[in-house]
Design a protein around this ligand. Structure first.
Ligand code: GLU
Length: 511
């Protein structure tokens, strides 16, 4: 491996299902890696045991797989820089904490949770700025900077619980070059002395993340905007560990925003407005609550990915439809926008609609199977379905729409649109339907054109109103006023079944 190789990572924490914002982060990392012939790594950041949710790692891998985001190394693939799960790397982090402590870039802090809580309360009561463990307060707290050396030694020997905190320098402007945001400068006096190593013997995200990015030779860190406030701390860690010259380049991606109003897109927005915020369906292991997924809702991964790619990035042209390979060709980090991208569920459906139109019919039939099996007793003949598909595809945004649009070909209407019957049923309707029955029964070549000629000339010859016959016929066959050409429906159903349905609607109206 040469040192200029592009290596990126997607580093989710297994704290639940992967939000679509996370999928987009993975996607941009993937596009960037492939574009530059680099490598992409999947690393699981599971150092926060309190937030661990069983099943999420498997979910994350399955989701990324469904999306077609392929990795070169990772927790599921192995590779030369493993292990790729942070909980299996604890011994590694300990070494680096020791180095930081030795060089006085970090210190032991013995303050108990209660003591810190009291400080917070005190600040609140005094209406002072919120309490922060930092270069102004650390002198008055219980740590290895403020306590005499021998007392620190005693505390450590007695096995007193401690955390290790970074010693943030005073009065320094920490500078960060972000590929999306340009130069970001932060006054070190505003930063707090974050915990690097916890009392449970595990590192925090900050330390583990920097150590692993270094050891895994990550060249570019592409992650969500929510990590921008942590980036100056990470810059300092690279410096303190002597890795400044190999520090990755940072890119902080814009947030995905609610479709309405301000703020980050949340699961609640999805529930409220009726769209999934997770790639796959997720069952919460504790509450058993089910959250919907794009896959189960009938989105195609290609459409989902195309839609996500455009949320926060644009190619600089009018082109909207991109295959994964086209995205790889067109992608550049510089064209990722700084400002948040509003999620648009109509646009998501629009993409899916477009991709359904170009999917081979046989594949659509296969994709429809789970929805067919959900319906008891529904048998869908493949040959018939493939004949129908070109006539209904245009009406489908989601895969199950294909079934909604074709179900009446396979089962008789269970309900009729009664409003419409009331409005459109004329005194001449039933007599006309009764006369049409023998006409079509005697038709020797019952295909759509022939049936159309036959019925239309019957209506004209009897000076009937088209609407008072054709619409009732449609209601008889379909149950409602929807569907493709009526005579095509009749041809597919066959005369026997069509006649049966006409008799049924007459019986229904007459009862
Ligand atoms: N584990 C962090 C997360 O869950 C990763 C942040 C990063 O990419 O540095 O988002």
């Amino acid at each position: 491996m040469n040192s200029t190789e592009i290596r990126v990572r997607f580093a989710p924490s297994p704290t639940g299902p992967l939000h679509i914002g996370g999928v987009r982060t993975a996607l941009y990392n993937y596009l960037f890696a492939r574009k530059h012939n680099g490598k992409i790594i999947l690393r699981i950041e599971d150092t926060d045991q309190t937030r661990f949710v069983p099943g999420s790692e498997k979910y994350i891998i399955e989701s990324l797989n469904w999306c077609g985001i392929e990795f070169d190394e990772g927790v599921h693939l192995g590779g030369p820089f493993g292990p790729y799960r942070q909980s299996e790397r604890t011994a590694i982090y300990r070494q680096y904490v020791a180095i930081l402590l030795e060089n006085n870039y970090a210190y032991y802090a013995f303050d108990t949770a209660e003591e810190l809580e009291a400080k917070r309360k005190e600040a609140e009561e005094l209406k002072a700025p919120p309490f922060q463990y930092d270069n102004k307060t650390r002198g008055n707290l219980r740590n290895s900077l403020s306590l005499p050396k021998n007392e620190v030694k005693k505390l450590l020997e007695a096995g007193t619980s401690y955390v290790v905190r970074i010693k943030i320098p005073e009065n320094e402007i920490v500078v960060l070059h972000d590929l999306i945001r340009g130069v970001v400068e932060v006054d070190s006096n505003l930063l707090d002395d974050k915990v690097l190593f916890k009392s449970d013997g595990l590192p925090t995200y900050h330390l583990a993340n920097v150590v692993d990015d270094y050891l895994m030779k990550i060249s570019h860190v592409i992650r969500g905007e929510e990590w921008l406030p942590s980036a100056p701390l990470h810059v300092l860690l690279y410096r303190y560990l002597g890795w400044e010259d190999v520090m990755p380049q940072f890119s902080h991606l814009p947030l995905l925003l609610k479709p309405d109003g301000k703020g980050k897109l949340s699961k609640r927005d999805g529930d409220r407005l009726g769209f999934p915020v997770f790639p796959l369906q997720w069952k919460d292991p504790v509450s058993n609550e089910i959250s919907s997924g794009y896959r189960e809702s009938g989105y195609l991964p290609e459409a989902f990915i195309n839609m996500l790619a455009m949320l926060g990035w644009n190619p600089g042209t009018e082109q909207e439809i991109f295959s994964m390979n086209e995205l790889i060709d067109a992608f550049s980090i510089e064209r990722v926008s700084k400002s948040g991208a509003k999620y648009d569920s109509d646009k998501a459906k629009w993409y899916n609609h477009k991709y359904i139109q170009t999917k081979p019919d046989e594949e659509l039939f296969t994709l429809l199977q789970p929805y067919i099996s959900e319906k008891e007793d529904l048998k869908v003949d493949e040959n018939i379905f493939l004949k129908i598909l070109p006539h209904i595809k245009e009406r489908a945004n989601l895969i199950p729409d294909l079934l909604v649009q074709s179900e009446y070909f396979f089962v008789r209407p269970k309900r009729y649109d009664e409003q419409l019957i009331k409005k459109r049923w004329k005194p001449e309707t039933i007599p006309a339907l009764l006369e049409i029955i023998p006409l079509i029964e005697n038709c020797t070549n019952p295909e759509a054109n022939e049936l159309s000629l036959l019925i239309k000339s019957y209506i004209e010859n009897n000076q009937l109103n088209m609407g008072s016959v054709m619409l009732p016929l449609r209601i008889a066959l379909v149950g409602s006023a929807t569907g493709p050409d009526l005579f095509f429906i009749m041809e597919i159903l066959g005369i026997k079944e069509s006649v049966e349905r006409i008799r049924n609607v007459i019986a229904f109206v007459e009862q």
